[in-house]
Design a binder for this molecule. Structure first.
Ligand SMILES: NC(=O)c1ccc[n+]([C@@H]2O[C@H](COP(=O)([O-])OP(=O)(O)OC[C@H]3O[C@@H](n4cnc5c(N)ncnc54)[C@H](O)[C@@H]3O)[C@@H](O)[C@H]2O)c1
Length: 415
């Protein structure tokens, strides 16, 4: 997210430098190679930084050694994965904040962009006395459309002083036309967590409806579309897998932010979403699998739309492990994803399904990539896969085409 915001800033004329602890990231950025797929990112890297040599550095010290930097905005956008206690890991963010604050004057601003527990910004200000101005401005863009959304979404800002707020306002006003001041740092922190946890809850509700529907022979797709039809009070989501580096953790971080009962509402939803993929393995196990069973797993990125190559928080790891655990050997498992170039549990992901020339007893569809909705893919599946387990009732092509599918959530369970 630091990279996309940096690129959006360079686009409107800011002089941007990147600091990253990972030497591979630094080396690639200095060669203008994006470290992941994001629409428009590679093109922007090519065009925006062509007149500069080094744009990325391994440490702040290196950056300052070779550049004369005055009056800076320091954006901290480190990852905040969960630690073993299911709380956001704060140590690296605190260390970097301390390091950055060592360079800052009262003309500078730190923008904390990482997703953090409520109260973290104020905690950092208390812990690091050299911080002058600090603003928490949540990152709310969606992977795959981040560059577009940076200039179109309202940008929430906050600050430890009116000066910090004014600096954040002036910076973000160069990127987007809508900048909104949150009353406090905590409000801005909570807005981020509330947004993602709300989505997580919504999807969990849909997934629970899917399981209930399945027990009663109800078509969950029909149920949800009829319940929502011209009934504005309902905005029930469709069921599906809920993964990714943000949704997998933000409900935990919101729970961490509350000392009181009832966080089980959030955690219960999260657990349901975490357990949902195991239904595919249960289904295959029940319908018979041996080491010779061939399985095609479609969708290795954590989502299909908008397109991403990101596998963090993807259920592909668990699904493939589940298949291996029920005795299927890895040479009989094929993983297809148009954008992912990784080896998962020893299996190289295939990027073009037309290169797959054998048949499968099962196809498991994990994401809703556009490719999976094409007629050509449908034809491929119909001729090469005996049974289909799909987490996406939205996939109308497969839905219509056969009775050999199990759509999790009871859409079709005629196998
Ligand atoms: N990925 C998303 O779609 C998204 C959306 C909204 C918010 N967020 C939040 O934004 C933050 C960043 O997410 P991300 O997906 O970009 O994370 P990321 O892990 O992909 O990127 C963080 C980068 O920071 C670098 N880094 C780690 N420690 C460092 C250090 N000590 N000094 C310098 N660099 C260091 C890493 O090498 C990495 O390149 C997270 O808190 C996340 O929750 C992410």
């Amino acid at each position: 997210m630091g990279l996309t915001l940096g690129v959006a800033s360079a686009k409107v004329g800011h002089e941007v430098y990147f600091v990253d602890i990972n030497p591979n990231v630094v080396s690639k950025l200095n060669r203008r190679i994006s470290t992941f797929y994001e629409a428009g990112l590679q093109e922007s890297l090519d065009s925006l930084f062509s007149n500069r040599q080094e744009i990325a550095f391994s440490t702040m010290a290196e950056l300052f050694k070779s550049n004369n930097i005055r009056s800076a905005i320091y954006i901290i956008s480190l990852g905040t994965p969960l630690g073993p206690d299911s709380k956001a890991l704060l140590g690296p963010v605190e260390d970097v904040t301390r390091e950055v604050a060592g360079y800052m004057t009262d003309q500078d601003l730190i923008i904390l962009r990482s997703t953090v527990a409520v109260g973290t910004s104020r905690y950092l200000i208390e812990q690091v006395p050299t911080i002058t101005n600090l603003s928490f401005c949540p990152e709310r863009t969606i992977e795959g459309k981040a560059l577009e959304e940076l200039s179109t979404l309202p940008q929430i800002i906050s600050g430890n002083s009116s000066k910090a707020e004014a600096m954040a306002q002036s910076y973000f006003s160069t990127i987007t036309s809508s900048v909104i001041k949150a009353g406090t740092l905590e409000t801005a922190e909570l807005i981020k967590l509330a947004s993602n946890s709300f989505r997580d809850l919504n999807f969990a509700f849909a997934n629970l409806l899917a399981l209930i529907s399945q027990q009663h022979g109800v078509n969950v797709n029909e149920l949800i579309s009829l319940a929502n039809f011209r009934y504005d009070r309902n905005k029930i989501a469709l069921p599906g897998l809920v993964g990714g580096p943000c949704l997998e953790k933000d409900s935990y971080i919101l729970s961490q932010s509350f000392e009181g009962k009832h966080t089980d509402l959030l955690l219960g939803a999260r657990y349901l979403n975490e357990e949902f993929p195991s239904k595919a393995i249960e289904f295959i196990s029940k319908h018979g699998a041996s080491k010779t069973t061939k399985v095609l797993v479609c969708g290795a990125a954590f989502k299909g739309k908008p397109v991403t190559s990101d596998t963090r928080g993807s259920f592909v790891f668990e699904i493939v492990k589940g298949l291996l655990d029920i005795g299927i050997i890895n040479t009989n498992i094929t993983i297809f994803d148009p954008k992912v170039e990784e080896v998962i549990h020893g299996i190289q992901v295939v990027n073009d399904y037309l290169q797959i020339d054998h048949d499968f007893q099962y196809m498991i569809q994990l994401t809703n990539h556009d490719v999976f909705e094409s007629q050509s893919f449908d034809d491929f599946v119909m001729s090469h896969c005996a049974k289909i387990v799909s987490f996406w009732p939205k996939n109308q092509a497969l839905n219509k085409s056969s009775t050999k599918h199990l759509f999790l959530g009871g859409l079709k369970s005629t196998v």
